[in-house]
Ligand binder design. Structure first.
Ligand SMILES: [Zn+2]
Length: 425
């Protein structure tokens, strides 16, 4: 038998074997390997792990408008090298993605620079100009290719407007992703409110600025019986509310980010602007609550909230630095570190980064069953690398991981059965 592609000598779920791909789809994984199938193309997997391409439902690619921080080309390069085959990009560009022309431009840029993927799914602005005053033309955005709606970065305070956004979005078959923040409580805040913020003399952002709006969204989802997805959950109090909602079968889903699972507020000490992010890094107790929540499926999804900035923007006094961590290059290795530490296992990682995002946002994913899209990468679990600016594909080098040694690297990445990234060694 002849196949389009055979990946030889790879390990899937602990089992060595060969992967057979036909017409961009998974044909079969053959444990122990096969000699009866030849590939038109063959690839030596060198004993690396075979993992499905990850999906990141929350990135900021900065184009149009802020190409000096990142553009769609560089952002997608970082995605593919970081293990992501699909990303959902937030609308806080300039102009804001609140019209079909911006959505179409983003999709064109993605196709132009990465015709074979990674694949970009724009997220439409929930309100015009993200101003929180009137709804965006949501039907037009959906037709143009937006896969969800969000006011990420500038939360919607007006509850009536938010209600209508959720209802209208649901009529279009798409979900609202809410950035939970009560701005009246967080205004002027620079880091988590607590002992360290007092010690550093920095105005704090209390956890209740997040959890108050998490509670609103849960009550709204219950009342409307309509799903709402909560972005970048950062604290125990929010986790407890979400657990309650799930117990009541309220249609809430939630994400957290690798940085909330690995770092706490102490990273800010020394006025480290690389650790300035919104919501802020919280306490050790919050980190432990989130780790438990991802294990126990209270939190459904991991997303990077990839927020690249130029070096000069972070190289300023703490109060003036913009919020955000560049996440696409390091997310997988940081999370694999949690696997090595026994916080969760590889199956959890794949559920959080592949299965759940695919289900919630109706995106095609690979589960290595016959007929699935052949989106996968080869992962070297032993490879150690140091996070240095030149080791990152994103234009944004802003991460507290700089200088840290991480384990695990993407060695080659295939989308629809085509090699789209291979790491030069
Ligand atoms: Zn946000």
């Amino acid at each position: 038998m002849q196949a389009d592609l055979v990946i030889r000598n790879v390990v899937l779920n602990g089992e060595p074997g060969d992967l057979i791909v036909q017409q961009g789809r998974i044909e079969e994984f053959v444990p122990g390997g096969t000699e009866s199938v030849q590939g038109k193309e063959e690839f030596d997997g060198q004993g690396f792990f075979l993992w499905p391409s990850l999906i990141d439902v929350h990135v900021h690619l900065r184009e149009p408008g802020f190409e000096y921080k990142e553009d769609i080309n560089s952002g997608l390069k970082a995605a593919i090298a970081g293990g992501f085959g699909q990303v959902m990009a937030m609308a806080n560009t300039n102009p804001v993605n609140d019209s079909a022309s911006v959505t179409e431009f983003m999709l064109e840029q993605a196709r132009k620079f990465h015709p074979h993927g990674p694949f970009l799914h724009p997220i439409g602005a929930l309100t015009r100009g993200l101003a929180g005053k009137e709804l965006s033309p949501m039907a037009e955005l959906a037709r143009a290719g937006c896969r969800a709606f969000s006011n990420d970065g500038l939360p919607v305070e007006n509850n009536e407007l938010f209600r209508r956004a959720v209802e209208y979005s649901s009529d279009l078959g798409l979900k609202v992703i809410d950035h939970c923040e009560d701005v009246s409580l967080s205004e002027g805040g620079l880091m988590n409110e607590g002992e360290i913020s007092s010690y550093l003399g920095l105005k704090g952002i209390p956890v209740v600025a997040e959890s108050l709006q998490v509670a609103r969204d849960i009550l709204m989802a219950a009342y409307l019986d309509t799903p709402i997805h909560l972005a970048h959950i950062s604290c125990r109090q929010s986790v407890e509310l979400i657990a309650w909602a799930k117990q009541k079968s309220i249609p809430i889903t939630a994400e957290t980010c690798p940085h909330y699972l690995v770092w706490d507020e102490s990273r800010v000490q020394g006025y480290n602007t690389l650790a300035k992010v919104n919501p802020p890094l919280r306490t050790r107790d919050d980190v432990l609550a989130l780790q438990q929540a991802v294990r126990e499926k209270v939190i459904d999804v991991l997303a990077t909230d990839h927020a690249p900035h130029a070096e000069f923007e972070k190289d300023v006094p703490f109060g003036e630095a913009p919020n955000g961590i560049s996440g696409l290059d390091t997310a997988l290795s940081l999370c694999f570190g949690l696997v090595l530490d026994g916080v969760f296992d590889n199956d959890d990682l794949i559920r959080l980064f592949v299965n759940a995002p695919s289900e919630i946002f109706d995106l095609e994913a690979n589960t290595f069953q016959k007929g699935d899209v052949a989106d996968f990468f080869l992962f070297a679990p032993e490879a150690e690398w140091e996070v240095r600016p030149e080791a990152m594909f994103s234009r944004g080098k802003n991460t507290p991981a700089l200088g840290q040694k991480l384990r695990g690297r993407v060695m080659a990445h295939f989308l629809r059965g085509r090699l789209v990234f291979e790491r030069a060694i």
